[in-house]
Design a protein around this ligand. Sequence first.
Ligand code: NAD
Ligand code: UDP
Length: 313
Amino acid sequence: MHDRKRVLVTGGAGFLGSHLCERLLADGDDVLCADNFFTGTKDNIAALIGQPHFELLRHDVTFPLYVEVDEIYNLACPASPVHYQFDPVQTTKTSVHGAINMLGLAKRTRAKIFQASTSEVYGDPEVHPQTEDYRGNVNPIGPRACYDEGKRCAETLFFDYYRQHNLNIRVARIFNTYGPRMQPNDGRVVSNFILQALKGDAITLFGDGAQSRAFCYVDDLIDGFVRLMAAPDDVTGPVNLGNPVEFTIRALAEKVIELTGSKSAIETRPLPVDDPTQRCPDITLAKDRLDWQPSIELEDGLKKTITYFEGLI
Ligand code: NAD
Ligand code: UDP
């Protein structure tokens, strides 16, 4: 018998996963973190290792896993373009085989299961801001497809297991999130710009910087995860989780320079293939059904993230 909820977090040693493990432990859960350390590190969860209700398992989700749990958060998957394009076949396998294995585990244990999906399912969107009923504009054969199509297929699997096997599913479409423990080498824009600014290197602006993103601070996002998992069973999602305040990438570069007091110059570089021109979540559904919306403004979140990266270098 157990008195605590037993929660599996796949990808738990990554950026989002480590914050989620921390939150679940603070909420009194028993946490099993499974990770193959492709992009995650033990450093991210160093403060958790040794805690009595935290357990770490080196495991690749493309292989089956036999454990007894009450809830599963499936986060395992490289998330930045640099990392998911390093071994694109493995990226698709992680999303698709990983989803099948975790859904199989949920079916056997009757665990509630959460999928970390992504705004990338909308591709380069023609609808703005993106609502959950928009079906997207994804290039199925481009360099981002291993990630985008892998995540789309994972959503398909979640909804087929829901319809066919009556599983209790939760699908979150996560928009750009930032904060402490982003990997310094993962090429994402917030970590790149902060590190470049702190080192006095040129800020690498891809294209003319007019493309937009909306950035959510990690603590806000994790709160959305926990609310979605705790919501009534008819709230399957997909539900957008992100900060609906949109910035151009050039404005982000200028804000990072201002907050770091850096002398770095902004230098332009070619825009990567299939880079979405705009992205911003419509979070009406999350507001209505989860009573959730982000509370941390970009400037405050950037300051915390800058402090983290200052500690790294
Ligand atoms: P991350 O790279 O820091 O974390 C991913 C984790 O998954 C890492 O710890 C990695 O080692 C692990 N992993 C990768 N392949 C695995 C495998 N085959 N088996 C077991 N573990 C494996 O990235 P993140 O930003 O924390 O993203 C977490 C999840 O959220 C991902 O599924 C990602 O697609 C999704 N997401 C993130 C964002 C964001 O802005 N951070 C946006 C949309 C979606
Ligand atoms: N970007 C940039 N310079 C960098 C890294 C990224 O201008 O050094 C741009 C990138 O082209 C994209 C945006 O910032 O338009 C967000 O990129 P990121 O890789 O963080 O996330 P995604 O494209 O997946 O939203």
